[in-house]
Design a protein around this ligand. Structure first.
Ligand code: DON
Length: 601
């Protein structure tokens, strides 16, 4: 009897309240479906990681351009994977959730520093096909033929990403390769929620993307409207490719059906990639650029990236007590940085290219004597006209598009700095039919016309001319800074040539100005690339007085939209390590919590 009375019907008022509460709950659950990822939800679900724009952790960190990919990387760390395992999983995941630059069809560079101090510099840059030659973009009149130069299929190099990730994994990975590909495959198959950033980029690049039916099929609805933020995007063809890679490894890509299908697609569009080009491809281990700096060591990527040398040169030129704790938005620092960049970019145009094709005088460019000479040429009261550093004007082509950088650190101190790209946002806009893979347009990074040194905005210096089997010069600058045997900074950025300015700026602010990690990443940036001879400053962020002084010093000042996205990790005293997602690129930091004690469990 007692039991019956306990379950007797509640009185009507309570019943009504319960029904309203249930309805509200259902409504709330319904509303959150299809919403952009909410970082707080991960914590509520007690996932094995914490996620935020900034996260402090001593048990490992992943910082990248997408919350879902950051979670995947942190989960790999939580499950006992090391930094390379996590980096491989993040790279595959970004190919699904951040198709603007995350890729299987592009290439990049990865630095791995092991706790014992040894470093791998993995070059997985795209490579020109065997049919390439220095006049590939010229017409019969010897001038640049726009129909050739602008044809996205003629800019596709053999993609290096799958080979690069596999090489890094073979050397350092702890978890089975297929387990690191699977989270990406699941995301591609089941779909993921389109972020506001992806939706914006699909809208911005709509014209380029909608020229290719194979691209429209994936990223646009039946009414030719691109996917919007909050919608679920599924990529079954990409899922199929990822499944093949998970089980078949690099062979299915470079010696099997995937490479063959890409080559066929590229040739049908007027390019010249063949299955044999895929068979020849290899990711390479290079000697990293290691330079002493402020009692520690800066580690960067050597050619065919220009980043390691240029960033090291800039910081060496600036390394003087005068800048110690300088105002980060004052004219003194801006002038000094611009002048250093101007000189490093001049050297870049003169000397840098694929080291398998051109002798790069690395030691000379980084020698104390050369740095001293460059520093000595800087006038603190006057901007140096760029043309005075060269007998003839050599304007460089405009940068444009999207790349992505991520940083990973595991609890044992293994560090990964990885920057990879399709060159422009979504590459040339072409998805290879039936594969769901965006193709790169990286070969546009070659100097298009030998000897073309006019003012039209090109350079034609020999080190970076197209050639069969050659890798185009890159600005991608993944970087690791180590002091007293401890990793202090892991950084890098997208942004074409501005990458070098961004990475040098982040390192400078942390090491010389001693800003806290957040300010080192979030504070205003500038860029100077020697030519065009102008100083670009992020719009609305610099004090007007600084701009006035810079103009008075003789700089041509131009305001520019936001620069780069330096998703970085720093060692920061009592906070341990801090991951800082760059708000310019929707950056997220994630850390495993299994190792963190009770607080987050
Ligand atoms: O390798 C390079 O330097 C260029 N292909 C990178 C392109 C890039 O960063 C575009 N923008 N974010």
């Amino acid at each position: 009897m007692l039991a019956t009375s306990r379950i007797s019907r509640p009185e009507p008022r309570i019943r009504a309240a319960a029904i309203v509460a249930a309805l509200l709950l259902l409504l709330a659950l319904g509303c959150t479906r299809g919403m952009p990822p909410d970082p707080a939800r991960a914590l509520l679900r007690r996932e094995p990681f914490k996620l935020g724009r900034t996260v402090a952790s001593s048990s490992g960190l992943v910082v990248c351009a997408d919350a879902e990919a950051a979670r995947i990387g942190a989960r790999v760390l939580a499950e006992g994977g090391n930094a390379v395992d996590a980096a491989v999983a993040v790279a595959f995941a970004l190919a699904v959730t951040h198709p603007q630059a995350g890729n299987l069809g592009g290439g990049g560079f990865m630095l791995v520093r092991r706790p014992d101090g040894s470093v791998d510099a993995v070059d997985y840059r795209e490579t020109a096909p065997a049919a390439f030659h220095p006049e590939v973009y010229l017409g019969t009149d010897g001038e640049i033929d726009r129909t050739r130069y602008d044809n996205p299929y003629l800019q596709v190099g053999v993609p290096g990403t799958v080979a690069g990730l596999a090489l890094a994994h073979r050397r350092h990975g702890r978890r089975p390769f297929h387990l690191l590909v699977e989270p990406a495959e699941r995301l591609a198959r089941a779909g993921f929620i389109v972020s506001p950033l992806l939706a914006r980029d699909l809208r911005l690049h709509r014209a380029k993307l909608s020229r290719h039916p194979s691209t429209v099929r994936v990223f646009f609805h039946w009414d030719r409207e691109p996917y919007q933020a909050g919608e679920r995007l599924q990529q079954p063809e990409l899922a199929g490719v990822l499944k093949s890679i998970a089980t078949g490894g690099t062979d299915v890509f470079y010696r099997g059906w995937i490479g063959e299908a890409i080559a066929q697609k590229v040739r049908a569009g007027g390019g010249c990639l063949t299955a044999a080009d895929f068979r020849r491809y290899e990711a390479r281990l290079r000697d990293p650029i290691r330079t002493p700096l402020r009692g520690g060591e800066l580690i960067g990527m050597p050619p065919p990236s220009s980043g390691g040398i240029a960033v090291a040169q800039v910081l060496a030129i600036l390394d003087s007590p005068a800048l110690h704790r300088a105002d980060p938005v004052g004219p003194q620092l801006a002038h000094a940085l611009a002048e250093s960049l101007r000189r490093a970019f001049r050297d870049r145009a003169l000397h840098l290219g694929d080291p398998d094709f051109t002798a790069v005088p690395v030691n000379q460019l980084l020698s104390a004597a050369h740095v001293k000479e460059l520093r000595g040429g800087i006038d603190p009261r006057r901007a140096t006209p760029s043309e005075s550093l060269w007998p003839v004007p050599l304007p460089l082509p405009e940068a444009g598009g999207e790349t992505t950088h991520f940083s990973v650190l595991d609890r044992d101190g293994m560090a990964v700095a990885n920057t990879y790209t399709l060159e422009q946002t979504f590459g040339g806009g072409v998805v290879a039919a039936d594969l769901g893979i965006f193709l790169n347009n990286e070969l546009g990074d070659f100097n298009p016309k030998p000897g073309d040194t006019d003012r039209a905005g090109r350079i034609g210096t020999p080190p970076n001319l197209p050639a069969a089997g050659k890798r185009p010069l890159s600005s991608m600058s993944p970087a690791i800074y180590v002091r007293d045997g401890q990793v202090e900074i892991i950084t890098g950025s997208p942004g074409g040539r501005t990458i070098i300015s961004t990475v040098a700026g982040v390192l400078l602010k942390r090491l010389f100005l001693e800003l806290d990690p957040e300010h080192a990443v979030w504070s205003p940036r500038l860029h100077h690339a020697w030519l065009p001879d102008r100083l670009e400053l992020e719009e609305g962020l610099w004090p007007p007085q600084t701009l006035e002084v810079l103009r008075a010093l003789g700089h041509t000042v131009k305001t520019a939209s936001s620069q780069g996205a330096a998703h970085s990790i720093f060692r920061d005293g009592e906070r341990g390590y801090v991951g800082v997602g760059d708000c310019r690129g929707d950056g997220w930091a994630a850390a495993p919590t299994w190792f963190d004690g009770d607080e987050e469990r």
